[in-house]
Design a protein around this ligand. Structure first.
Ligand code: SF4
Length: 402
């Protein structure tokens, strides 16, 4: 089934710069929601901007494609350069679209990110320029056809065409020759079949996440798209939106007692920023790709285990980055940090016994299975987990192929 990416604000999420939404009640949106077709996304929030935030415009009437090429900036009404956040959000949108094979998007018209017919010229005077926003441009480069809330009928028609094509009723080229909305002129990028969304990217009952697999996955499902392009950096003030996605999403937290309230997530964010207050260790954001897009969290912290002081590790990866080798590489990176810290010899991970992916990550990162244990998580509930242990004195951690 073809998925449709839709601006979060059009679906009633209060993510616009003013802290409000622009809910659209077009019947097609309701139908796609009921069908489970919609992927909702706000690139500005994903790029790390707060809500509310000052309005921003692309400068010098440049349009989104030039921002993506590094030839123009985005500046907010207070004069701050917010280009990096807009570009990061756009890149995440394109990655998400590729991961889900999205070929249709309905984005909010006029936004410097989402506009598909016009944006504003940078003078904050209400002057429009015929161009596309930065995310719309990135999606078009990824082969997605971008529509607005004013052209949803056309989007629905195109979607129907894609469905018929997929059902074999049409040849791929029938009626699909309008390349004008794709600046690069390229058709949709090929989508690896392994990049479906899986809710299996979390482990670590004590620190920050827990097992959330919706189905056991085979190891052969795990692709390795990023290879050496995964890194970690210390958790920063700007990572609150990332944590909100990781811990505020019902699907991501299905096995963690449900999503955390905003206040709880902020408290957790504070602990991640200052781990010395809540137990020695470190929390990191996982970053991927040349633009350092935030893909998840990983960390290590001290705990007592069976009478010994040890490290525990855990990770959480956004759905669009799961199944791509990201968690394994981030885990190996954090193991090196724990080894460098030198405080404890052993580090443990406690994925749920049902979480095939996280158990596979432990094995690939060099952990040795110790046995099955019951761990209290969330508070008041026992979770059956595998106890994996790695000896940090036993060579430098690295990704194993097995
Ligand atoms: S960036 Fe797009 S989705 Fe987010 S508030 Fe603006 S128009 Fe809506």
């Amino acid at each position: 089934m073809q998925r449709v990416m839709v601006s979060s604000c059009l679906l009633g999420r209060p993510v616009r710069y003013a802290g409000d939404a622009e809910a659209c009640d077009h019947p097609a949106l309701l139908r796609w929601t009921a069908d489970g077709r919609i992927i909702t996304f706000c690139p500005e929030v994903a790029g790390g901007l707060p809500t509310p935030r000052p309005p921003a415009e692309i400068q010098e009437a440049a349009g989104g494609p030039r921002v993506l090429r590094g030839q123009a900036r985005v500046v907010d009404a207070l004069g701050a350069d917010v280009t990096a956040a807009f570009v990061a959000g756009a890149r995440q949108a394109a990655l998400l679209a590729r991961a889900h094979g999205v070929r249709v998007a309905v984005l909010k018209e006029g936004s410097p990110s989402c506009g598909s017919g016009y944006v504003y010229d940078g003078s904050f005077s209400g002057t429009r320029v015929e161009s596309v926003g930065i995310t719309a441009a990135a999606l078009q480069d990824a082969g997605v056809r971008v529509f607005s809330e004013h052209t949803i009928d056309a989007a629905a028609e195109y979607l129907e065409h894609l469905d018929r094509e997929a059902a074999g009723e049409l040849r791929p080229a029938d009626g699909d020759t309008d390349m004008s909305r794709r600046p690069s002129g390229n058709p949709a990028a090929p989508v690896p079949t392994t990049l479906r969304s899986h809710r299996a990217g979390c482990v670590g009952p004590h620190g920050h996440a827990g097992p959330t697999a919706t189905r056991p996955r085979k190891e052969s499902d795990v692709n390795d798209d990023y290879q050496d392009d995964v890194d970690i950096r210390l958790w920063s003030d700007d990572d609150l939106p990332l944590l909100e996605r990781l811990m505020g999403d019902p699907a991501m937290t299905a096995h963690l007692g449900g999503p955390e309230a905003a206040e709880k997530i902020r408290e957790r964010h504070g602990r991640y920023l200052h781990p010395e207050h809540s137990g020695r260790g470190r929390m990191f954001a996982i970053i991927v790709g040349p633009h350092g897009v935030a893909a998840g969290s990983v960390g290590f912290w001290a705990r007592e285990w069976r009478g010994h002081h040890v490290w525990e590790t855990g990770w959480s990866v956004l759905p669009e980055f799961q199944g791509r080798g990201v968690a394994t590489r981030a885990t190996v990176a954090v193991l090196k940090r724990a080894r460098a810290a030198g405080t404890h010899r052993f580090i443990h991970a406690f994925p749920s016994v049902d979480n095939a992916v996280s158990n596979s990550i432990c094995r690939k990162a060099g952990f040795i299975l110790q046995g099955v244990v019951d761990v209290e998580y969330p508070k008041g509930a026992l979770m059956r987990c595998n106890d994996w242990r790695l000896d940090l004195l036993d060579g430098s951690p690295q990704v194993s192929a097995s």
